[in-house]
Design a protein around this ligand. Structure first.
Ligand SMILES: [Zn+2]
Length: 341
């Protein structure tokens, strides 16, 4: 029998880097380098490597051959993560459901033409990664049922990594390796990935929006992701509470995305990282993605802006509103908020 890992991982990691694709070492699907910041650290979920240390997930990814050699000398069995949104984006098709919905979408909206370009069969055995020319469009979980779009600040697991559950390798399809010209996102799918001005306008109506990255939004993001990362799993209590916590926290954050307070790609990234930290992504990857997609749908339908007293609200975003005077309707104070774009 072959080894449970592929012996040429170090060499292949270097090969990707030499093609100008930023790589990072993975354990299964998660970053191999221990996180520089953990829940409770004020930089948790905020720092993208400015502190100078390693341990910032996708932000560690590099094309520096010396760094790549050093990582794979240290962890010769590490899976390979490729950063998306740089040399390519990836359409991540999850299992038979994802394949069905993509095929149906292409039949209905793209003349049935398949998406060309490099193609990976994922280690789960049933999924595809379709490598397409970068679009600069934002990342989107659940753009179709069972289909995610991986773009800026995300990564995919690349051949010859092995799936941690099945032990099977990710493989390039015959004649569909990285030398194949990249595929193109069909116009109908591109349209679906494009944030709609009309939706945004409607979403912003209930409150004067702040710029994404508003201090209130950042504080809520840090608090909610810390809550997810610290949620109990089944081992620590019957059934565990992680999925429920993840759903609530994700819905709260997507309320703020819909209100223009937080950036969607950043929220998706941080939610996935927190779901990894509490073990959910490892234990129940598909259920976790479904939970996130559901929370996004509900959250985006109910925009929320910045409250009148951001400081107190940010300390406990979960506190129920005791009375109307406690959280009066938000009124913009122009001098204190960045101008609306
Ligand atoms: Zn840092």
């Amino acid at each position: 029998m072959t080894a449970p890992w592929s012996p040429d991982l170090p060499e292949r990691a270097l090969d990707y880097a030499e093609r100008g694709i930023p790589v990072l070492p993975l354990h299964g699907k998660l970053p191999r380098i221990p996180a520089a910041h953990t829940p409770g650290d004020p930089l948790y979920g905020q720092c993208k490597g400015d502190c100078g240390r390693e341990g910032h997930g996708v932000h560690d990814a590099t094309t520096d051959p010396d760094q790549v050699r050093a990582w794979w000398r240290r962890w010769s069995h590490a899976n390979i993560g490729l950063r998306t949104g740089v040399r390519f984006d990836v359409i991540d098709v999850d299992g038979p459901q994802g394949r069905r919905s993509l095929e149906r979408f292409l039949a209905d909206h793209a003349g049935g033409l398949p998406i060309g370009g490099p193609r990976v069969r994922t280690g789960s055995g049933a999924g595809w990664h379709l490598y397409v020319a970068p679009t600069d469009l934002p990342d989107r979980i659940g753009v179709l049922e069972g289909v995610d779009y991986r773009a800026a600040d995300r990564y995919v697991v690349a051949p010859p990594s092995r799936h941690s559950h099945t032990g099977r390798p990710y493989v390039w399809y015959a004649d569909r390796g990285l030398d194949t010209p990249l595929g193109e996102v069909p116009p109908a799918l591109r349209e679906r990935l494009t944030p709609r001005p009309a939706e945004r306008q409607q979403a912003l109506a209930p409150a004067r929006p702040a710029e994404p990255g508003h201090p209130y939004g950042r504080a809520v993001l840090a608090a909610e992701t810390a809550r997810i990362a610290g949620a109990r799993g089944p081992a620590q209590g019957r059934g565990g509470q992680r999925n429920q916590v993840l759903w609530e926290a994700a819905r709260n954050l997507y309320n703020l995305v819909a209100g223009g307070v937080l950036d969607e790609a950043q929220v998706a990234d941080q939610l996935e990282r927190a779901a990894g930290d509490c073990g959910l992504l490892r234990d129940e990857p598909r259920q976790t993605q479904r939970t996130l997609a559901s929370a996004r749908k509900v959250g985006m339908a109910h925009p929320r802006g910045v409250p009148e007293r951001p400081a107190s609200a940010a300390r406990s975003p979960q506190r129920p509103q005791q009375d109307a005077s406690h959280h009066p309707p938000f009124r913009p104070r122009d001098r204190e908020l960045p101008a609306e774009r």
